[in-house]
Write a protein that binds this ligand. Structure first.
Ligand code: NAD
Length: 495
């Protein structure tokens, strides 16, 4: 089979641009649009509807109506399963189009969009669909005169606000369990990456999800996100994004109707390499791809590399060599190891952190600059700082770019102390061949996911989420259903 000619396809692509409300593609009520710029080359892709409070109102009313009349919520789990399976199949059929939209919209390499983002999104939808008619309620352990039924019911209308780093995947991590459990959804994708969510809404209608059950509102945080978060008729607010916005949204939930609120937020994850790692070479490769994958725009990026001092110099040299091989290229090049930063703002933000690292005395060992400027796009070299002190800004704040901070330590206790010295708690890695040390560390690391002797393991079968200021609640696995349902106890007097 000849590989797709991505450049020709990109030239012929017509991206979606309208909001999706009550089963129809519509302009924003105000008629306003925003420019959707491709970070690949800085060119305009399309102008997308910029939704505001009036569109939020239309979408929530439509979602509420759909929920109350039971067109989706009253279907059996098996019926909902079939429709969601159809959606997963359609996504699979349109995988190249979805991957291309993702790459052009947010700059990630096409090989990653096609090989990771889209398959993981399809698997999320299919796995969740398959699970929904296998989840049972409970019967309370009572005496003979009463019956206590414990059941889960959908919340009602869910607002989902998602980020730009894995636009389709983050959307389906919310949509799939929300829809599977019978809710209606209003989704707000990031203003930096609205395209795949809009295409997904069209595929959802084609799959048989009734009008009003899934609405998509492209637009900005303040003008589209906030009215959703404050809406009195939204029952659940689920969010993935930065910790600052997550905290703000918890306040919106509190100030409005105490809607259920779950926030998946940022990270500054420690990757702890002991001298007795099974293979320093493999650990070095994983350390590099753990931070440079997706241009470092990953909530679980391995952004703090903690290395035992006895092997630090040798190990850092290996990571630098691995990083050097990951230079960004045009994202439509199927061999690009890294692509473009999502936009100029994010590129400048990351370059600002690199300047702070230099100014605070960290040793720049690789990269440190913008590159591929002639493309008109926004690219940064893989960047590695050694001799980083735990209190430096680049060791504490989430950079969300291809910047690695290397910190030395001596022994288990110091490694653990530095690893846990962060407001975040999303993920952590440990490299050692000592199984007892690995388990001791895994137990004491304050993080929602811990990886032993690799980085970034995970699957739909296990929950994902954070400790501390990385958020609350969990996506993926059967635990995800907890966010989208209320527990009800029904008591029947048998006496
Ligand atoms: P962001 O917080 O700036 O934006 C996320 C979403 O919130 C966007 O849709 C944005 O429009 C919206 N938003 C912004 N301000 C708002 C407001 N006042 N009211 C309502 N909505 C508002 O985050 P981002 O820059 O898009 O994404 C990067 C962040 O996402 C990083 O911190 C990253 O760690 C985090 N992230 C976390 C996970 C996870 O699962 N924990 C996964 C991916 C990304």
């Amino acid at each position: 089979m000849t590989p797709p000619d991505w450049h020709t396809r990109a030239a012929n692509l017509t991206p979606p641009r309208q909001a999706f409300i009550d089963g129809k593609a519509v302009d924003a009520a105000s008629g306003e649009t925003f420019d959707c710029i491709s970070p690949v080359d800085g060119r305009l892709l399309t102008r997308v509807a910029s939704c505001g409070a009036e569109d939020v109102e239309r979408a929530v009313v439509s979602a509420r109506r759909a929920f109350e009349d039971g067109r989706w919520s009253a279907r059996t789990p098996t019926q909902r399963k079939r429709v969601l399976q159809k959606l997963g199949e359609l996504m699979q059929q349109h995988r190249e189009e979805l991957a291309l939209l993702e790459t052009l919209d947010m700059g990630k390499p096409i090989a990653d969009a096609l090989g990771i983002d889209v398959p993981a999104s399809v698997r999320c939808v299919l796995w969740t669909a398959e699970a929904i008619d296998k989840v049972y309620g409970e019967v309370a352990p009572t005496g003979p005169d009463e019956l206590g039924l414990i059941t889960r019911e959908p919340l009602g209308v869910i607002a989902a606000i998602v980020p730009w780093n894995f636009p389709l995947l983050m959307a389906v991590w919310k949509l799939a369990p929300a829809l599977a459990t019978g809710n209606s959804v209003v989704l707000k994708p990031s203003e930096k990456s609205p395209l795949t969510a809009l295409r997904l809404a069209e595929l959802a209608i084609e799959a048989g999800i009734p009008a009003g059950v899934l609405n998509v509102l492209p637009g900005f945080g303040k003008t589209a996100g906030e009215p959703l978060a404050l809406h009195m008729d939204v029952d659940g607010l689920v969010f993935t994004g930065s910790t600052a916005v997550g905290k703000h949204l918890l306040g919106c939930a509190a100030r409005s109707n105490m809607k259920r609120a779950y926030m998946e937020c940022g990270g500054k994850s420690p990757n702890v390499v002991f001298a007795d790692a099974p293979s320093l070479q493999q650990a070095a490769q994983a350390a590099a791809s753990g931070i440079f994958f997706n241009q470092g725009e990953v909530c679980t990026a391995a952004s703090r590399l903690l290395v035992e001092r006895s092997v630090k110099d040798e190990f850092v040299a290996m990571v630098v060599a691995a990083g050097r091989r990951m230079q960004p290229r045009h994202p439509l090049d199927p061999d690009a190891p890294m692509g473009a930063m999502v936009d100029e703002v994010q590129m400048r933000r990351v370059l600002g952190y690199i300047e702070q690292g230099r100014a605070q005395g960290a040793q720049l060992r690789l990269g440190g600059s913008r590159t591929l400027t002639e493309t008109g796009g926004y690219y940064i070299e893989p960047t590695i700082f050694d001799d980083v002190q735990p209190q430096m800004t680049i060791a504490r704040e989430e950079i969300f770019g291809p910047v690695l901070s290397v910190i030395g330590f001596d022994g288990e206790e110091e490694g653990l102390r530095i690893a846990n010295d962060t407001p975040y708690g999303l993920a952590a890695g440990v490299w050692t061949r000592d199984i007892s040390k690995a388990h001791r560390m895994a137990r004491r690391l304050r993080a929602g996911s811990v990886w032993v002797n690799y980085w970034d393991g995970g699957d739909m079968t296990a929950p994902f989420g954070g400790y501390k200021q990385s958020g609350n609640g969990r996506d993926k696995s059967l635990h995800a259903f907890e966010k989208y349902t209320e527990l009800k106890a029904t008591w029947v007097n048998l006496g």
